[in-house]
Design a protein around this ligand. Structure first.
Ligand SMILES: O=C(O)C1=C[C@@H](OP(=O)(O)O)[C@@H](O)[C@H](O)C1
Ligand SMILES: C=C(OP(=O)(O)O)C(=O)O
Length: 454
């Protein structure tokens, strides 16, 4: 059932301390490494993001007490209308200390979790059990063909259950490595590349991965290699070739940093407020997450980020907005945040690097265009450059935001409640995918969200 809320905000200042949950991206990688690590890799500060909790439930022992409250339920609601079930044979989940998946799952429903879908595809491809991997209706429209082709070239047997190139897929559990050298296009999703890099160390002959053409979302590949390095897995990256030999994991604890993509909504709140004094504990200036670039982007909107006391302080100074062009290729998950802030402030900026947005939780370009039209703002494409036209901008007294099963649509538009007296947000639970505490955190700085009774 979808729950809409009415969001209002008292005053135009935002002051408070917000403890963000762990990074979904870091956590998903850490969980795969934990599962492959033969008991050597531990994960600290697991994220509350529903996508990560779901992945943990699939990969970890069900008797793991520390996770029990989060993973025990056989059904996980993950931000859309569907309830995704993790189906288990023999009532047993694969043990975290198993080196490769050897028993257990028959059908795994990963819901809307794209990163987890891609990582599990590689993980099960080299295992020895037959697994059907499926997901939400949207997941069945998100391409996986390039990753499947790469895994098949390595020696995996994978079939499509419905549409060629898309989930659901059947992984046969009969891997025999044919080659160590494969190539993959880099401009569709970096998640395919990360998926291959995560399993590389388990390939008997290792991996030599050639990235063809442009690499999108590059910081996510760097995050993967940095986390592998924390587990003592070494690599070389020369030109467009990344090589990882077969190696053993060292005993490691991977500590998950707070989520910088989630932090971006606090920057947006600060940017739309007259006054802001926010503290986000745990965030450091050096981060594995490329989305920490939000500090630089938001400096253009008068937001100062000061790193001290083990976190970041945000303050706001009203000043003219400097930058006109924003390239989002390395930080696609920030695109909605920055586009909405510019639109709300009537700043006619241009955006590049938005190509991958069409294949995420929804077609984010179309979703942005549709919702921004409600405040009279256009997002116009010309040769892959998207420019805001704010000439007809008009903020209404009440606005309804459609969220399209996309957590980032809800979170990017929510700060508009600072400027619009009543904001109705569709399907508020959609935020659970990456930031379940979003609405309760907003309440700490004067937002009020009340459920809309049908
Ligand atoms: O590897 C990751 O953790 C992610 C990579 C990015 O995807 P693409 O590489 O498909 O752009 C990003 O949008 C996603 O939210 C998380
Ligand atoms: C694109 C995203 O996630 P995923 O691809 O993991 O579904 C996201 O969190 O914005």
């Amino acid at each position: 059932m979808k729950h809409n809320i009415i969001l209002t905000k008292t005053g135009k200042s935002a002051k408070g301390t917000i403890q963000l949950t762990g990074s979904k991206s870091e956590c998903n990688r850490a969980l795969i490494l934990e599962a492959l690590g033969g008991g050597k890799v531990k994960v600290e500060n697991i994220s509350d993001a529903a996508d990560a909790v779901l992945l943990a439930g699939i990969l970890r022992k069900s008797e793991d007490e520390s996770l029990k409250s989060k993973v025990e339920s056989p059904q996980v609601v993950v931000g859309d209308d569907e309830v995704h079930e993790v189906e288990v044979i023999e009532d047993k989940l694969p043990a975290s200390d198993s080196e490769l998946p050897t028993q257990g799952l028959k059908t795994v429903d990963i819901g809307p979790a794209g990163t987890a879908m891609r990582f599990l595809t590689a993980y099960y491809a080299i295992g020895d059990q037959e697994v059907v991997l499926t997901g939400s209706e949207r997941m069945k429209q998100r391409p996986i063909g390039l990753l499947v082709d790469a895994l098949r070239a390595l020696g995996a047997e994978i079939d499509y259950e419905e549409q060629e190139g898309y989930p659901p897929i059947k992984l046969k559990g009969s891997f025999e490595q044919r080659t160590r050298k494969i190539s993959i296009k880099g401009n569709i999703s970096s998640q395919y590349i990360t998926a291959l890099l995560l399993i590389a160390v388990k390939l008997p002959f290792g991996l030599e991965l050639h990235i063809e053409g442009e690499l999108t979302s590059r910081p996510y590949v760097e995050m993967t290699l940095a986390m592998l390095k924390e587990a003592n897995i070494l690599h070389t990256w020369e030109g467009n070739v990344i090589s990882i030999p077969n190696q053993a994991f060292a005993t490691t604890s991977l500590h998950i940093e707070p989520d910088w993509s989630a932090a971006s909504y606090w920057y947006s709140i600060a940017a739309l407020s007259d006054e802001a004094e926010l503290f986000l504990p745990g965030l450091r200036s050096y981060s594995l997450q490329g989305d920490s670039v939000i500090t630089e982007i938001m400096a253009n909107f008068g937001i100062t980020s000061q790193f001290k006391d083990g976190g970041v302080y945000l303050t706001k100074e009203v000043k003219p907005i400097g930058r006109k062009v924003f390239d989002m290729k390395e930080c696609p998950d920030l695109a909605q945040t920055v586009v909405v802030v510019c639109a709300a402030l009537g700043h006619e900026a241009s955006f590049t690097g938005l190509e991958t947005l069409k294949i995420k939780e929804t077609d984010r370009i179309l979703a942005l265009q549709t919702e921004l039209a409600k405040i009279g703002v256009k997002l116009i494409e010309d040769n892959e450059v998207y420019t805001l036209d704010c000439s007809q901008k008009q903020l209404p007294q009440r606005m309804f935001i459609s969220t399209y099963h996309d957590h980032r649509m809800a979170m990017a538009f929510a700060p508009l409640a600072i400027l619009i007296p009543e904001l109705e947000v569709e399907d508020a639970d959609v935020v659970e995918k990456s930031y379940p505490a979003f609405w309760t955190d907003l309440a700490k700085v004067g937002f009020n969200s009340s459920p809309l009774t049908p």
